[in-house]
Design a protein around this ligand. Structure first.
Ligand SMILES: NC(=O)c1ccc[n+]([C@@H]2O[C@H](COP(=O)([O-])OP(=O)(O)OC[C@H]3O[C@@H](n4cnc5c(N)ncnc54)[C@H](O)[C@@H]3O)[C@@H](O)[C@H]2O)c1
Length: 229
């Protein structure tokens, strides 16, 4: 994969799972990468749902050419009728507000430079609606809508905005996921297995590269053949 000379990448959620694999993949292609995460282990400590913290990071880093926004939470794994409004809102604050705040902070610099790549993290849950994961599924459907809108808004600026929709991937996130939901996901996946973070990172690297040229506002499944339209 190739990237314009001097382009830097910001990877949120970069301390773990898909974000960490993506940071490693981009770095292997020679891209300078800054990782940001609430958890230790990233270059920058960041709560993606905190507007002041996102603005402070944008001021500190200046413009970046690539934003991979992988930070997210799975939220509660229970039927909708058993959810509290607080846990619903927490899931939306991290997954939806976070995506909005990161895109709002970093898209203008890309548009000014005339080149940029933004990758957001949706999920097959956004398209399918996992039972006992309504907050997660709805929040990821919001990420899809945001990505489609922003892709159109920036379509003539050189900034391409796309979402990835993985099925279940073997990462620490799924340590918190109800085993019944994971078993259902695996059963629905024609390849009969979970994805690996490195496989998702490979797709993300292409979405960040110069090789991507005619796609924006699109959602790319990485799902072992599981598809819901
Ligand atoms: N693993 C899967 O099965 C799967 C499937 C579809 C989509 N996704 C999405 O992919 C993305 C990455 O997931 P993953 O599997 O790598 O999970 P993960 O738990 O391994 O990594 C997520 C990272 O996000 C960070 N994070 C959480 N809340 C944050 C906050 N408020 N501010 C900053 N960082 C925060 C965590 O500390 C963690 O390091 C998520 O958006 C997730 O919803 C994952």
């Amino acid at each position: 994969m190739s990237y314009p000379e001097g382009v830097r990448a910001l990877v949120t959620g970069g301390a773990s799972g898909i974000g960490a694999a993506t940071a490693k993949r981009l770095a292997a292609d020679g891209v300078p990468v800054v990782t940001a995460d609430l958890a230790p282990g990233a270059d920058e400590r960041l709560d993606v749902s905190d507007p002041e913290a996102v603005a402070a990071l944008a001021a500190k880093l200046g413009p970046v050419g690539i934003l991979v926004h992988s930070a997210g939470i799975v939220g509660p794994s229970r039927p909708l009728t058993e959810l509290g409004l607080d846990e619903w809102r927490t899931t939306f604050r991290v997954n939806v507000d976070g995506t909005f705040l990161l895109c709002r902070a970093f898209a203008p610099g890309m548009a000014r430079a005339g080149w940029g790549r933004i990758v957001t993290m949706a999920s097959i849950a956004a398209k399918d609606g996992n039972p006992a994961q309504s907050a997660y599924s709805a929040s990821k459907a919001a990420v899809v809508g945001l990505t489609k809108s922003l892709g159109k808004e920036l379509a003539r600026t050189g900034v391409l905005v796309n979402a990835v929709a993985p099925a279940a991937v073997e990462t620490p996130m799924n340590a918190d996921t109800d085993p019944a939901i994971l078993a259902r996901s695996q059963a629905l996946t024609p390849m009969g297995r979970f994805g690996r973070a490195e496989e998702i990172a490979e797709l993300i690297a292409w979405l960040c590269s110069e090789q991507l040229s005619f796609s924006t506002g699109a959602v790319y499944d990485a799902s072992g053949g599981r598809a819901s339209y």
